[in-house]
Design a protein around this ligand. Structure first.
Ligand code: DC
Length: 217
C-alpha cells in the first residue's frame, strides 16, 4: 500500500489545482478521477447516446476502455487507445459526466481502475474517494467553497481563455451539478466522517495546499 490522500468536493472548489500542487510537493502521483468520468462522457457524446436513456448508457460502457498514463508528470487519458485529454475540460463534457456518473454500471466500470492506484503514494480527487474508492486513505480532505466563489473562479478561467460567458448562467450550472452529484443514489458527493473540511472561499491556493500538507505526516 502507498500513502493515500483523498480529496473530495463539489465542482469548482479547486480540487485539481490543489491536488496537483500537493502531489508535486510530496512527490506523489496525482489521479484525477473526474477525468475518467469525463472520458466516458466523451464516448457517450461521440456515440450520441442520450444521457436520460440509462439502459443505453449502462450497455454502452463495455465498449469504452479508459486508461490513464503519465507523460512528463501529467495525467493523460486514453479512450480506446486515443489520447482524448484535450477534449475533457469543457462544459458539455462536464455536464454529461455529472449525469452519467449516477449510473451504477458507469461507476463500476471505473472503480477498479481507480482502486489500482492504492498501491502508490497518491493524491486522488473526485466526489467519492474518501467514502468509496479509498475508504482507508491516510488523509481525507473535503474541499469546498461557496457557490459564488466557485462561479466567479470559473468565470475568470473562461474569460482568460477568451470564452464569453455569463456569471449567472455559470452559477445556475454549478447549483444544478451540485444537486445532481449530492442526490444521486450511488456514491453521492458527501464528506466522509473522518475527512477534514476546508472551505477555500477566502483562502489562497498556497494556504489551502499548506492546510492539506500539514495533515500529511
Ligand atoms: O471533477 P470533475 O468536474 O472533473 O467531475 C466531472 C463529473 O464526474 C462530476 O460532476 C461528477 C463525476 N464524478 C464522480 O461522480 N465521482 C468522482 N470520483 C469524480 C467525478
Amino acid at each position: 500500500m502507498g500513502y493515500n490522500v483523498a480529496i473530495d468536493g463539489p465542482a469548482g472548489a479547486g480540487k485539481s489545482t490543489i491536488a496537483k500542487r500537493v502531489a508535486k510537493e510530496k512527490g506523489y502521483i496525482y489521479v484525477d478521477t473526474g477525468a475518467m468520468y469525463r472520458a466516458l462522457a466523451v464516448y457517450f457524446l461521440d456515440k450520441k447516446i442520450n444521457p436520460e436513456n440509462l439502459d443505453a448508457i449502462a450497455a454502452a460502457c463495455e465498449g469504452a476502455e479508459v486508461k490513464i498514463q503519465y507523460e512528463q508528470g501529467e495525467q493523460q487519458v486514453y479512450l480506446n487507445g486515443e489520447n482524448i485529454t484535450s477534449r475533457l475540460r469543457n462544459e458539455e463534457v462536464g455536464n454529461m459526466a455529472s449525469k452519467v456518473s449516477a449510473v451504477p454500471e458507469v461507476r463500476a466500470h471505473l472503480l477498479n481502475l481507480q482502486k489500482l492506484a492504492r498501491t502508490q503514494d497518491v493524491v486522488m480527487d473526485g466526489r467519492d474517494i474518501g467514502t468509496c474508492v479509498l475508504p482507508e486513505a491516510d488523509v481525507k480532505i473535503f474541499l469546498t467553497a461557496s457557490v459564488e466563489t466557485r462561479a466567479l473562479r470559473r468565470y475568470k478561467e473562461l474569460e482568460e481563455k477568451g470564452v464569453s460567458c455569463d456569471l449567472e448562467e455559470i452559477k445556475k450550472d454549478i447549483k444544478e451539478r451540485d444537486e445532481r452529484d449530492c442526490t444521486r443514489k450511488i456514491a453521492p458527493l458527501r464528506q466522509a466522517e473522518d475527512a477534514v473540511l476546508i472551505d477555500s472561499s477566502d483562502m489562497t491556493i498556497e494556504e489551502v495546499v499548506k492546510a492539506i500538507t500539514d495533515n500529511i505526516v
